[in-house]
Design a protein around this ligand. Structure first.
Ligand code: ADP
Ligand code: MG
Length: 305
């Protein structure tokens, strides 16, 4: 029995360079693990390769090097073991909310009867608060509702792992908060294993057990793993009062502002790809006041482009 539910080993993805030179690695030597039931967020600047990693985990893209082992088997091609929520909702526009979910449920359980399928669709639409919108087509739904249908669809196939690519990025702050709360509840109830890309450090601190910090590309890698020691259950309206909140938040923002540039395409001379990245188990240092004021001047949510 593998110790980890998901193991990513020395992963690299190269694309041909524009001028016909040697292929350029978007990222390389990417190593990390996810335990069963763990909620892992990945943060890094735009273009560092987060979506590419998620697509490789989904089996929708192939790595140039390295491998992904999930639940004891190598990931090779897409599978209903993994539910994906893309940044755009990716719903079929000619189908109602219910039919969009049903399409996935039928693929997962081709032999299920009408009553079973109806029950599963109703249960997952209710879970995301869309009981009343089952018969509406995507064009009749708000952005937040469409995104919820996407989440219901991913959950309805009861995947071993949920892969979320900035699923709330396009939503207004209020809707984002509501869906974050729903996701927290669902994960607490089901013990779902999640890999989620976000550019919102506050979202990562609210949701994640572990936050992977990805350096800038080319040649990006997982530079640090921050273990989020804020106790659960967490509430969006109260976590900022926890004394650990700002130290963790400052650590993440400092990474994005400066340390994310420290890695280059050429690994440092002493870099050992088999050595796990630096793990920061919670953070205990107190935040210097000056950092806090810099953050405030940058805006309350410190989001990336
Ligand atoms: P992120 O999700 O972190 O913003 P992506 O994974 O979407 O980043 O992309 C990482 C990098 O890979 C980008 O610089 C992008 O231009 C490059 N890239 C992605 N797909 C291709 C492709 N098919 N051909 C060439 N370059 C690509
Ligand atoms: Mg992306």
């Amino acid at each position: 029995m593998e110790k980890y539910f998901l193991k990513v080993e020395d992963l690299a993805r190269r694309f041909p360079s524009a001028r016909g030179g040697p292929p350029l690695p978007v990222f390389e030597h990417v190593n990390f693990t996810i335990e069963r039931g763990e909620f892992v967020c990945i943060i890094g600047h735009s273009g560092c390769g987060k979506s590419t990693i998620l697509n490789i985990l989904a089996g929708l893209d192939e790595a140039s090097d390295g491998l992904v082992i999930m639940d004891g088997r190598e990931v090779a091609g897409p599978s209903l073991d993994r539910g994906v929520v893309f940044q755009g909702h990716a719903l079929m526009p000619w189908l109602t909310a219910k039919k969009n979910v049903e399409f996935a449920v039928r693929s997962r359980w081709p032999d299920a009867g009408r009553a079973t399928i109806d029950e599963i669709c109703a249960r997952y639409l209710a879970l995301v608060g869309l009981e009343g919108a089952a018969d509406k087509k995507p064009a009749e739904l708000s952005g937040g509702m469409k995104q919820r249908v996407g989440i219901a669809r991913a959950f309805a196939i009861e995947p071993k792992m949920l892969l979320l690519d900035e699923p709330f990025g396009a939503l207004d702050a209020l809707t984002r908060g509501v869906i974050q709360d729903e996701l927290l509840k669902i994960c607490a109830a089901t013990g779902q294993t999640v890999f989620m890309i976000t550019h919102d450090v506050d979202e990562a601190i609210l949701l994640a057990d572990k936050i992977l910090l990805m350096s800038n590309g080319p040649g990006a890698r997982i530079a640090e793993v921050v273990v989020n020691t804020l106790p659960r259950p967490r509430s969006r309206n109260a976590i900022h009062r926890d004394p650990q909140y700002y130290p963790i938040r400052n650590h993440l923002v400092d990474f994005l502002v400066s340390r994310s540039k420290d890695f280059t395409a050429k690994p440092p001379a002493d870099y050992d790809p088999l050595r796990p990245p630096l793990v920061t188990p919670g953070l205990t240092d107190t935040a210097p006041a000056i950092q806090t004021s810099i953050l405030q001047s940058q805006g309350a949510t410190a989001r990336l482009a």
